[in-house]
Ligand binder design. Structure first.
Ligand code: PAF
Length: 281
């Protein structure tokens, strides 16, 4: 795997590959890689000839600068994981390479940015949409993959590529769970052993709601209540939101018709844990 630090190096290598007829697949990340990220790279194999991953901790998507300062990336470890998955290129620029002095442009996706994570983390999605646009302009992928774990982010990117007529296929990467059901996240490392057990009540609630859906329950409040009841078994439950939404517009629904999702965010040990489950249409 070749690692590039500059836009120029990355563009030159990819243009050469493309000139030889190769199609390019892209996995943008902020490092701290785990099996969830690697599963995205793996899923891209069948869509393209060359796979490019980026590792860039994007300061503009952190609404709390302390979180940005605390965000830890171990580049050699991440590189090793990508090598093992035989990813072809890694683009790992520094902040000034992406945002040189005088930088002043942002990209906002209006409606999808407003609820849920957008309401709780002002500016977050403008940071995400802007950096993904920059990375797309550098890598020029034919196809890019985003995980269903960050479901609002995924729908935002789908909307943005449609609206801006970007000629990039967006693939949805399946959410990966540990054997016990916990959705994989770099944040899980911050959970205590007891916290981890409590966190399992989130996925248990989602599985129970999905089961109720399979048995015919279509009322959003009833499905959300099943998730809430499970999380409320925690000693001190903190729920940011539970919502039943349309799978592509992210609009809240009252009755499940067509493909929908249950989104949930709860805090355990002070760690915000995002999870969701599909209710197939
Ligand atoms: O999901 C992430 O890791 C980030 O939000 C992304 C898409 C790489 C943009 O910085």
């Amino acid at each position: 795997m070749k690692t590039f630090k500059t836009v120029e190096q990355c563009r030159a290598a990819l243009r050469a590959a493309r000139a030889g007829g190769a199609t390019v697949g892209f996995v943008p990340t902020m490092g701290a890689l785990h099996e969830g990220h690697i599963s995205l790279a793996r899923a891209l194999r069948s869509y393209c000839d060359i796979r490019v991953c980026s590792i860039f901790v994007n300061p503009t998507q952190f609404n709390d600068p302390r979180d940005y300062e605390a965000y830890q990336v171990n580049l050699p470890k991440d590189q090793e994981m990508l090598e093992a998955e035989e990813v072809d290129f890694l683009f790992a620029p520094n902040v000034t390479e992406v945002y040189p002095e005088g930088y002043q442009t942002t990209v906002s996706v209006n409606e999808i940015s407003k609820p849920f994570e957008g309401a709780l983390r002002p500016g977050h999605f403008t940071g995400v949409a802007s950096v993904v646009t920059i990375l797309f302009n550098i890598v020029e992928p034919d196809v890019a993959i985003f995980g269903e774990k960050d479901f609002q982010q995924l729908t935002l990117i789908e909307q943005m590529t449609r609206d801006l007529k970007m000629d990039i296929r967006i693939v949805r990467g399946a959410l990966v769970r540990d054997k016990d059901g916990l959705a994989l996240s770099s944040r899980n490392a911050r959970l205590s052993a007891q916290g981890r057990n409590h966190a399992l009540l989130i996925s248990k609630g989602l599985f129970a709601a999905e089961q109720a859906f399979r048995e015919g329950q279509r009322t959003a409040t009833a499905l959300a209540h099943i998730v809430r009841a499970s999380i409320e078994k925690m000693p001190e439950p903190v729920i940011d939101y539970i919502a039943v939404v349309d799978d592509s517009t992210l609009q809240e629904v009252q009755t499940v018709r067509g493909a929908c999702r249950i989104l949930v965010v709860a805090r355990v040990d002070g760690v915000r844990l995002l999870d969701n489950i599909a209710l197939p249409g």
